[in-house]
Design a protein around this ligand. Structure first.
Ligand code: PRP
Length: 212
């Protein structure tokens, strides 16, 4: 039996579709009830429906063998697991964004800048680790674009998909931190102990991704 952690929402639907196309019976996962564990003994699969940010935790601790999760969450959570496939969907960018007049290097001129984000670890790693700059990070839980508009922060670090939210709020991308997409992750012990089930699944997933 393989336990698969799915990120509740759109990513879960796409992951289920991909697994079905790869030849796995995912009828159990399509149950529209509020059950959080969906098991199909015959198919040998058990799905757990987790909050996206918790998927890496379930996989690291072995509560799930495999997880489908965004690279943004993996970078933020920094868990010890194998990242085995890039699914090529859920594509977006992790960006530093802010008022248009901070583009072209002007953001760099602000000392001790305040940065609002849902991703404090990614933000710290980028500014302190990569840019060698000390910053004040303000953790928010959503609508991050509000922060520079209302004077809470100089800029933000957030996901940009279409760019519409930034544009409609008079903001723009200043720097790209990382390219994001959905990934498959595997628990380190499961990879060894259940390799006869996991390796073929990963191969079939990769074959499907190549067809997309
Ligand atoms: C995300 C992200 C941006 C927006 C980017 O927010 O935080 O606000 O989507 O998408 P766009 O570039 O296509 O406009 P989400 O909708 O998850 O809500 P949140 O503000 O609560 O984080």
């Amino acid at each position: 039996m393989l336990t698969i952690a799915l990120s509740k929402g759109r990513l879960a639907e796409k992951a289920i579709m991909l697994l079905e196309n790869a030849g796995y019976d995912c009828t159990a996962a399509k149950d529209e009830s509020r059950k959080l564990i969906l098991e199909d003994e015959k198919a040998g699969l058990r799905f757990i429906m987790a909050k996206p940010a918790d998927v890496p935790t379930y996989v690291e601790y072995g509560a799930a063998d495999i997880g489908f999760v965004g690279k943004d969450t993996l970078l933020e959570e920094g868990r010890d697991l194998y990242e085995v496939a890039d699914l090529g969907f859920g594509k977006c960018r992790m960006c530093v964004a802010g008022p248009v007049d901070l583009k072209d290097g002007k953001l760099d001129l602000i000392p001790n800048k305040r940065i609002a984000t849902k991703y404090p670890n990614i933000t710290r790693a980028y500014f302190e680790g990569v840019k060698k700059e000390s910053v004040e990070i303000i953790k928010l839980n959503g609508s991050i674009e509000l922060a520079p508009l209302i004077g809470l922060a100089d800029c933000i670090v957030d996901i940009v998909e279409s760019g519409r939210t930034l544009k409609e709020n008079g903001l723009d991308v200043i720097e790209t931190v990382a390219d994001i997409s959905a990934r498959v992750v595997v628990n380190r012990v499961s990879m060894k102990m259940k390799s006869s089930e996991i390796k073929p699944m990963v191969e079939k997933i990769k074959e499907q991704v190549a067809l997309l």
